[in-house]
Design a protein around this ligand. Structure first.
Ligand code: DOR
Length: 443
């Protein structure tokens, strides 16, 4: 079995960061010991570098099948490898949508041939596919668009929502923006082409009303529920009352961009839920630091620059982020805003626990050797031309960040090293053990 010894890195263990050595044997972590001097096929001298569990991004849109002019599983997973993301959980708003067990199996089979990193796919809810949602097994959970976004998935009727929460057992997650509020606001601002109006159409109230509605469903039906892309201070407050059922997540664009950035970035930061105010940015950071939000994930949602250049509101919502999210967060560690252990908790351990992932999210004996080595002092500027994502742009173009992934391993195989991607590597289908009961049951 192939052995790789990573020596003397600052390794982020479940107990905290510690300088030690890690032995990879085959696809697993076989030993963790500062005095390791065993024979290995490769020895990596990692003094001064940080070794983290590979990032688990539980919210991405990789566009295959059907929208592959924007992205596909090969380009997206290359971006993951570069960004230190070793497992992704992908959303069902592809073409066709992932709303049946059969389509889920098709996506899994496609990813097995194309994806350089590990993968999982949500099954999407429709107003009348409860039988499929009940039959689905190889999935992290059910995604509901309680408000519509890119694509035509939408479950807005109370009756259909009640049925889904009552009759299914898989964990549920949702896009929470209230459809009727958004439509009324859109009518009010019809004809306005300034992209900044997007945040007045998809306003604070739309997000809050839908999140409150989803939490009410989850509490009454005692159903596990994960709130995606929390964008407002008020929602973050609500999530303090989790009752062992609720978890929530923040995305880099809601942590780093505010309505003040529309003047500079225009439709590039047009997102659903919309970008909010600086006060919301600060409140989301506080909620992460205080544990009211548990996960940081990207909502990587690529569109071409040509599509983004259409005048608002013809321009689509969404931005790519998967290859820069870890660097964005490590840069914040270097600026003193949060700790390395917190970043690992938000991006690796917590998503693994929320979705009951088997063998992932930690550097621990017997766990999968999904690892990322970070050079904490490497400084680089994000450049559109250097992006692996097929859409070839980033809203962080021109931004200098300190602390970058330099090597990534997926199941013990090196998939990224110093700017080069090994396109021979393939990830595997992630396994979910939902009997574990999610984040709070494993706290
Ligand atoms: O802005 C967004 N774009 N939000 C979503 O929820 C979907 C995504 C997309 O798929 O483009």
């Amino acid at each position: 079995m192939n052995k790789t010894l990573i020596r003397d890195a600052l390794v982020v263990l479940p107990s905290g960061p510690q300088v030690t050595s890690v032995l990879i044997e085959g696809r697993r972590i076989a030993a963790i010991d500062p005095a390791l001097h065993t024979h290995a096929d490769e020895v990596v001298s990692a003094a001064g570098l940080w070794l983290l569990p590979g990032v688990i991004d539980d919210q991405v849109h990789f566009r295959e099948p059907g929208l592959t002019h924007k992205e596909d599983l090969a380009t997206a997973s290359r971006a993951c490898a570069k960004g230190g993301v070793t497992t992704y959980l992908e959303m069902p708003n592809t073409k066709p949508t992932t709303t049946t067990v059969e389509r889920l199996a098709e996506k899994l089979a496609l990813a097995a041939t194309k994806s350089l990193v590990n993968f999982g796919f949500y099954i999407g809810a429709t107003p009348d596919n409860v039988a499929e949602l009940k039959a689905a097994q190889r999935t992290p959970g059910i995604k509901i668009f309680i408000g519509s976004s890119t694509g035509d998935l939408l479950v807005d009727s109370q009756e259909a929502l009640e049925r889904i929460f009552a009759e299914t057992t898989l964990p549920i997650t949702a896009h929470c923006e209230d459809e009727s509020i958004v439509r009324a606001n859109a009518a009010r601002f019809a004809g306005v082409n300034d992209p900044a109006v997007h945040s007045r159409i998809r306003d604070h109230e739309a997000a809050m009303v839908a999140t409150r509605r989803a939490l009410d469903l989850a509490f009454r039906h005692r159903h596990r529920f994960h709130v995606l892309h929390v964008s407002t201070a008020a929602e973050a407050e609500l999530l303090a009352d989790h009752r062992g059922l609720i978890t929530g997540e923040a995305c880099p664009h809601h942590l780093f961009f505010s309505v003040d950035d529309y003047a500079r970035l225009g439709t590039l930061i047009q997102m659903n839920p919309s970008i909010k105010t600086r006060a919301d940015n600060e409140a989301l950071w506080r909620a992460l630091l205080e544990g009211r939000l548990q996960v940081v994930a990207t909502d990587h949602a690529p569109h071409t620059l040509e599509e983004k250049a259409k005048p608002y509101p013809s321009s689509p919502s969404g931005l790519p982020a998967v290859e820069n999210s870890l660097a964005l967060m490590i840069d914040q560690v270097q600026r003193g805003r949060c700790s390395l252990a917190q970043v690992v908790s938000w991006m690796c351990d917590a998503p693994a626990r929320v979705w009951d992932l088997v063998g992932k999210g930690r550097i621990e004996l017997g766990y999968d050797a999904d690892l990322v080595l970070v050079d904490p002092h490497k400084t680089a500027v994000v450049r559109n031309a250097e992006q692996e994502t097929k859409c070839k742009w980033s809203p962080w173009d021109g931004v200098e960040l300190t602390g970058w992934p330099v090597r990534t391993w997926v199941l013990g195989r090196e998939v990224f090293r110093d700017g080069r991607i090994n396109t021979e590597v393939r990830g595997e289908e992630a396994l979910f053990d939902h009997a574990r009961g999610g984040f709070w049951a494993t706290a």
